[in-house]
Design a protein around this ligand. Structure first.
Ligand code: ADP
Length: 478
């Protein structure tokens, strides 16, 4: 099938979180299955400034609906196209919350379809992601609905995080350029003064996927539905949960260029040298004997920092653990981790920022990886941790619940430490479970190897997306 895949971020060109990884790895896996992929994302300044080989293939493609023109740039990989429109994308960063944030991603949505027109390329599937491209399914039924090029196109919308919905005031309605199709908008909410990108994707897409089976269930409940649970329940027959996968080209302890000492399940000793390197880089006292807890995360309320700070501080104070944190985001969390690192020099370290090499070194060098999320649609770091023999400590929610099982020493089964209650007590309990097991080297290695044996490859997940593509195009009966 011909698949048009549109995303606000695509690794390695642009990435702030899991969406960027998925938009890179999933299209790759689909391509290897034999599908033909066109991936479209914006030409942010960091893309044009980066060390990528790019080719200006189609200059000045017009977007009649909004009266703009963009250049279509193709990467050397032959799959990734960039929408070059400097007034919108030639800014620092990726998401900006400037007054025209909605217009930036509407232009991306239009441009992806105009690129198809320019190439005479007729997609079977238009796969869009998160709120940024949420108007695509409606555009396919309205502005582009009479174009034979898109007559066969079925839309698939993937929710990577329901917490970000792209809700704007109704003053943006003209920017949607829907003309006489304006009646297709959610009229009640329009009258109430708001337009939601995410909501229109849920109404008009042919299939809705999200990034784990548990999250697919959770978002249909009031507790995790962010106000859209009723709408999702209404469409529940078209809602599917597919866990994200990991890209072994990028996340593989045996060939990771960021690790000073590559290792595998059969040679776990190699991990020690990475721990030494991590402790040195973090300026933590070099004694190997302490359970070193790693954290790599966006610092947002979703990630459960609140419930982790005190349990970590207590165990640092008692001298039981070491802590290395990499992250950026909300100032209150940056300050809290900054304080923790200041309070326990030689035991705790906080690097404030985004750093690919440090993220890999933490995965390779820490003993356990902590993800106490309030909610977690899929989560990737716990899967990287499994692959790196760095057992994850997670809360039983979303994709964490689907990818980590609590270790049972009696049976030697399980891949990490899983707690249920979103509380400091939950984190403390799980940390103590890890501390106890860490004393038993033989058991610890069984735990590590169990995780390393998990198959979280994208090849498997791509098969599930393929089934959904065939379902919406009618090739396979539901
Ligand atoms: P989310 O998409 O909610 O941020 P995921 O666990 O799905 O969470 O994906 C996060 C991705 O972003 C991982 O690849 C992780 O390594 C990366 N990441 C997050 N914060 C940082 C950071 N400060 N530096 C480097 N990589 C980071």
């Amino acid at each position: 099938m011909k698949v048009l895949f549109v995303s606000a971020e695509v690794a390695p060109y642009s990435k702030t979180g899991g969406l960027g990884d998925v938009a890179s790895a999933l299209p790759g896996a689909l391509e290897r299955m034999g599908h033909e992929l066109t991936v479209v994302s914006p030409m942010y300044r960091r893309v044009s400034d980066g060390a990528h080989r790019l080719h200006d293939v189609y200059p000045e493609i017009p977007i009649p609906a909004i009266g703009a023109r963009f250049d279509a740039i193709l990467a050397d990989d032959g799959r990734n196209w960039f929408v070059d429109f400097p007034p919108y994308f030639g800014r620092e960063g990726i998401y900006r919350n400037d007054g025209d944030e909605h217009s930036r991603f509407l232009l991306l949505t239009h441009a992806a379809l105009e690129l198809c027109r320019r190439r005479g390329w007729s997609p079977d599937i238009v796969h869009v992601n998160d709120w940024h491209t949420g108007f695509m399914p409606l555009f396919l039924r309205s502005i582009y609905g009479s174009d034979p090029l898109f007559a066969r196109a079925q839309s698939v919308f993937t929710i990577h995080n329901l917490g970000y919905q792209g809700v704007f005031g109704s003053h943006i309605v003209d920017d949607l350029a829907l003309g006489s199709s304006r009646y297709l908008l959610h009229q009640e909410h329009l009258r109430a003064g708001r337009v939601s990108f995410m909501e229109h994707a849920l109404i008009y897409s042919d299939a809705i996927t999200t990034v784990s089976p548990t999250y697919a269930y959770e978002i249909q409940t009031p507790e995790h539905g962010f106000g859209l649970d009723a709408m999702l329940r209404h469409r529940s027959r078209d809602v599917f949960g597919i866990l994200n996968g990991i890209d072994p080209e990028v996340w593989n302890p045996g060939s990771d260029p960021y690790l000073p000492s590559p290792y595998s399940a059969s040679e776990l000793e190699g991990k020690q040298a990475n721990k030494t390197a991590l402790l040195a880089r973090a300026r933590i006292d070099p004694d190997q004997g302490f359970l070193t807890v790693g954290i790599v995360t966006r610092l947002s309320a979703q990630k459960g920092i609140e419930i982790a700070l005190r349990p970590l501080a207590r165990r640092l104070d008692a001298g039981h653990i070491r802590l290395v944190v990499l992250g950026s985001g909300e100032r209150r969390y940056e300050e809290a981790f900054g304080w923790l690192a200041g309070a326990f020099p030689g035991r705790a370290h906080f690097q404030n920022g985004y750093d690919e090499s440090m993220a890999h070194l933490i995965e390779g060098g820490a003993d356990v990886f902590l993800m106490p999320s309030l909610y977690e649609p899929s989560g990737l770091n716990q899967m990287y941790s499994l692959a790196y023999g760095t057992p994850p400590i997670v809360r039983r929610t979303g994709g964490l619940a689907d990818s980590v099982t609590h270790y049972d020493p009696a049976r030697g089964e399980g891949t990490g430490f899983v707690f249920d209650h979103y509380s400091e007590g939950g984190v403390g309990w799980a940390l103590d479970q890890a501390l106890t097991l860490f004393q038993n080297k033989a058991q610890w290695q069984i735990l590590q190897r169990n995780g390393m044996a998990e198959d979280n490859s994208w090849e498997r997940r791509a098969l599930e997306y393929d089934r959904i593509y065939r379902r919406v195009t009618g090739e396979e009966q539901p």
